[in-house]
Design a protein around this ligand. Structure first.
Ligand code: TPP
Length: 376
């Protein structure tokens, strides 16, 4: 729930999750692991035994959660709460987002702390842009590419960079697809939208990825695993992300830009306009026409399944009917793991940023129930 609460705000709010010591925090492992794998900044506050009573085999949350948080520690004095919270929120609001855990021993919970001494000012998000030299090289490559394609990841949602993404795509007429966790970062009813992909994906993504000579990944870790769209071998890749650990991870990267997606996209737009001058990279609407044709052909092939009256009803019909019946501007949708994810992602057209909660890195069955509740 805390994860979804954070995601639907595009990380402008941080979900906080309070759980009991022992079984509470032991059971929370899967949810926090999920948030960590999808880089969602939530604050986990478990209780803990009194410090005097703590001894093995008591469960140590900081030790056990170390690998799935940006920081896991114990609040060891009540008067350290403001300082430790400041640090926790700074970590959640900068760099690659992720969960922070601070356990609160029972004796600390009961400790007196003078209200007058409680000084806390909420911390701001800290962002940084790309190296101008990298921006220049990337801009030149994007202008020169014959068939570039944009892979848009969750970083675009985290950074609130959808307007800039549309602007860049339109400026150079580049087709855009989104990743599973990045779905809804680009309006899928836009003429340059290819849709979103995981281990199933619309044909338009496959078609344009195959013919691409340059892949520009923005706000994407470019992770190669079962629930991601693979980048075919031999493609030139420009990758922009906030985390250097994602660069040259699963794919060799020709040019990297480390920075916040919104700032980097704005830098690229300005630099590309500067480099292009009065020239226009592509005057015609050939890319949009080709996208339309591929999409239409694909949809025609799937329509019998999507509108089938077979009994029992098939899952594609459910997705299709929901698409027609719901107001997608007012709907936030998620899937669960297993087939529902594979069936939903290609056919559900997201048109509003943050309206799709896609997940598939840690992928615990049942997470969708909490996500649905946390969206409120
Ligand atoms: C907690 C957990 N255990 C196991 C898995 C592995 N797993 C992924 S999908 C799946 C089957 C899901 O079955 P169902 O909900 O009926 O959906 P289906 O894919 O069969 O349509 C399993 C066991 C998981 N993702 N999470």
């Amino acid at each position: 729930m805390a994860d979804a609460f954070t995601r639907v705000s595009n990380c402008q709010r941080n979900g906080v999750c309070l759980v009991q010591l022992g079984p509470g925090i032991e059971n929370a492992f899967s949810g926090v692991s999920q948030a960590y794998s999808e880089s969602v900044p939530i604050l986990v506050l478990p209780g803990a035994p009194e410090r005097r009573q703590f001894k093995p085999p008591n469960f140590s949350a900081p030790k056990s959660y170390k690998e799935i948080t940006k920081w896991a520690d114990t609040i060891n004095f009540a008067d350290r709460v403001p300082e430790m919270m400041r640090r926790a929120f700074t970590l959640m609001r900068s760099g690659r987002p992720g969960p922070v855990l601070l356990e609160v021993p029972l004796d600390i919970l009961n400790e007196e702390f003078d209200d007058a001494k409680f000084q806390y000012t909420p911390v701001k998000h800290i962002r940084s842009g790309g190296d101008p030299a990298d921006i220049r090289i990337a801009s030149k490559a994007l202008i020169a590419a014959k068939n570039p394609i944009i892979r848009s990841g969750q970083g675009v949602l985290h950074a609130g960079a959808w307007d800039e993404l549309v602007e860049l795509a339109e400026l150079l007429r580049i087709p855009v697809f989104t990743t599973l966790s990045g779905k809804s970062g680009f309006p899928e009813n836009h003429p340059l939208a290819l849709g979103a992909g995981c281990n199933t994906r619309p044909r338009a993504i496959v078609h344009f990825l195959e013919k691409a000579d340059l892949v520009f990944a923005i706000g994407s870790s470019c992770t190669k695993e079962i629930f991601t769209t693979p980048i075919p071998e031999g493609k030139r890749i420009i990758q922009s992300t906030v985390d250097e650990r994602d660069i040259n991870k699963d794919y060799p990267v020709e040019q990297a830009i480390i920075g916040d997606a919104k700032l980097v996209l704005r830098q690229l737009i300005e630099e590309i306009k500067e480099q292009l001058g009065p020239k226009v990279r592509r005057k015609d609407n050939s890319v949009a026409k080709e996208i339309k044709a591929v999409k239409e052909e694909w949809l025609q092939e799937w329509l019998p399944k999507l509108t089938s009256a077979e009994v029992p009803i098939n899952p594609y019909r459910v997705v299709w009917d929901m698409m027609q019946a719901l107001d997608r501007k007012e709907t936030i949708i998620t899937h669960d793991s297993g087939s529902p994810r594979n069936q939903l992602i290609p056919f559900w057209e997201s048109i509003v940023p943050g309206s799709y909660i896609g997940w598939g890195k840690s992928t615990p069955l049942g997470a969708s129930l909490g996500f649905a509740m946390g969206q409120n």
